[in-house]
Design a protein. Structure first.
Ligand SMILES: Nc1ncnc2c1ncn2[C@@H]1O[C@H](COP(=O)(O)OP(=O)(O)O)[C@@H](O)[C@H]1O
Ligand SMILES: [Mg+2]
Length: 469
């Protein structure tokens, strides 16, 4: 009976097509008489006891019929000398002892059987759980030989590999699904050396021709006394990958658009500044000169005209100064005339003249003479906005501006003050810093803001000079 109790568990998956994957169910067949074992066992014992009782009764009837004991006495009488006539009772005692012995062994066997059944049932349950975990996993799980021949695939793996059923996988090799066969050769060699492979991006060619991208983990599991098997885990990231690519493309397009927009904006500002200088500036100059000559002509003759003309001179000078400031902000002439280093130095000087009680430090390292237009204007605007912010918000006593060309491929701009600082987590309404970040990111650079209340603000930007889209 125990021969039937081997753990003959084998799961079978039902499912006809990919669409029914979600509703696959597992049938677990157990060739283990787990629940019926004890009653069957007892039934046999009762039958055996019945046979014993029947034999005993039959023997009794046989003895009564043929006067067996009298016959035995007669036969054994001549051997009285050897006490042979005492043997029947001795045999009777032996029979009782054997019955007791058999009963004890039976009880022991029953306890053992019960323990084994419990242990086997737990084992089967655990196997069922693990199998369910393996099969129901949303990621693809598979077992394969060291050469890649697939032995078992869960439904998710079947779907990733573009197969119709798990059975179909059994005739396939994992290497067949690699988009790059060279990669499979390398992976197989590494696995044969016992390496565990964690592959962040593996391209597969599914059976249905679909290109799939997966994150993969493959490892060889040596089992003592058994052939080494491969455990394969795939997580399908095709959609994610596509989305990431689309996102990256959109970002690149946005960056190009921003760059273009910034260039157009700067060009427009330059034109405006030129127009203001050529038209407005000239007109204001002419008005001022005319007013000066009216002032000179009316001097001592028409005091009222002289006063009005002097007022016109003053106002036109003021308007000219305002226009000059606007022109300067629209397009820093120094940037075209002097180059980046001197233009920023000039900017710092302007703030030095404008503010009292604040010391300014300026440093420029490396060759800044041949940077492209967008980098030049971005560095300049960054310094301009940060210095304006310091004057507007910081109440600082020291400001430092640094521009460093670190190697051929990067420029670092840094503006630091020792003012009141700011809470970086607080909501800000201004557009200055946001605009700066946009400018820097349009050039694929990075802007970092470090600040704390009472500890000043430090703005750093890294701008790449090469490798831009
Ligand atoms: N150097 C600085 N020191 C203290 N606070 C600053 C500094 N720079 C910026 N801030 C804070 O950050 C906010 C946002 O700045 P910004 O974006 O340039 O906008 P705006 O200057 O128009 O207010 C400012 O309102 C100010 O509170
Ligand atoms: Mg600002």
């Amino acid at each position: 009976m125990l021969g039937r109790q081997g753990l003959g568990m084998h799961g079978r998956w039902r499912g006809n097509d990919l669409h029914s994957l979600g509703s696959w169910t597992m049938e677990t067949h157990l060739a283990l008489p787990v629940t019926s074992a004890a009653p069957a066992h007892r039934g046999q014992v009762s039958r055996d006891l019945l046979i014993v009782a029947s034999v005993t009764v039959a023997m009794f009837l046989f003895s009564v019929t043929f006067e067996l004991r009298e016959w035995l006495t007669e036969v054994t009488h001549p051997l009285e000398l050897y006490q042979i006539d005492e043997l029947p009772l001795t045999f009777a005692a032996l029979s009782l002892s054997l019955a007791w012995f058999a009963w004890r062994r039976w009880r022991q066997a029953e306890v053992e059987l019960r323990l084994r059944i419990t242990a086997q049932r737990a084992l089967v349950e655990r196997e069922t759980q693990y199998r369910a975990l393996f099969m129901e996993n949303l990621a693809g799980n598979a077992l394969a030989t060291l050469d890649g021949a697939l032995l078992l695939c869960n439904p998710a793996m079947v779907q990733i590999l573009g197969l119709r059923t798990g059975e179909e996988a059994l005739s396939r090799n994992l290497g067949d699904f690699y988009a790059d066969p060279e990669a499979w050769v390398q992976h197989r060699e590494a696995l044969a050396q016992g390496e565990k492979l964690d592959i962040p991006l593996l391209e597969l060619r599914s059976a249905n021709g679909r290109s799939a991208k997966v994150i993969a983990r493959i490892l060889a599991r040596p089992a003592p006394g058994k052939v080494t098997e491969l455990q394969v885990y795939f997580a399908d990231i095709t959609e994610l990958h596509l989305t990431q690519k689309e996102l990256a493309d959109t970002l690149r397009e946005n960056r190009l658009l921003s760059q273009e927009y910034l260039l157009v904006q700067e060009e427009e500002r330059r034109n405006l500044a030129r127009e203001m200088h050529d038209e407005l500036g000239q007109c204001l100059n002419a008005i001022k000169l005319d007013a000066v000559s009216i002032c000179a002509l009316s001097k001592g003759v028409h005091p009222e005209i002289e006063r009005s003309a002097a007022a016109v001179v003053e106002i036109s000078s003021h308007v000219y100064a305002v226009v000059r400031g606007m022109m300067q902000r629209l397009r820093p002439a120094a940037l075209d005339g002097l180059g980046l280093r001197d233009a920023v130095s000039d900017l710092v000087d302007q703030w030095r003249r404008r503010t009292t009680g604040v010391s300014y430090g300026f440093e420029a390292d490396g060759d800044l003479s041949e940077l492209d237009e967008l980098t030049n204007i971005t560095v300049y605007r960054l310094a301009q906005e940060c210095l304006t912010n310091v004057a507007k918000h910081a109440r600082a006593t020291h400001v430092y501006v640094g521009i460093t060309r670190s190697g051929p491929s990067q420029v670092r701009v840094s503006v630091r003050d020792n003012g009141c600082g700011m809470d970086l987590n607080a909501k800000r309404n201004g557009l200055g810093l946001v605009g700066l970040r946009e400018r820097v990111e349009a050039l694929q650079g990075r802007l970092e803001l470090s600040a704390a209340l009472g500890a000043g603000v430090h703005v750093t930007a890294w701008l790449p000079l090469t490798g831009r889209d």
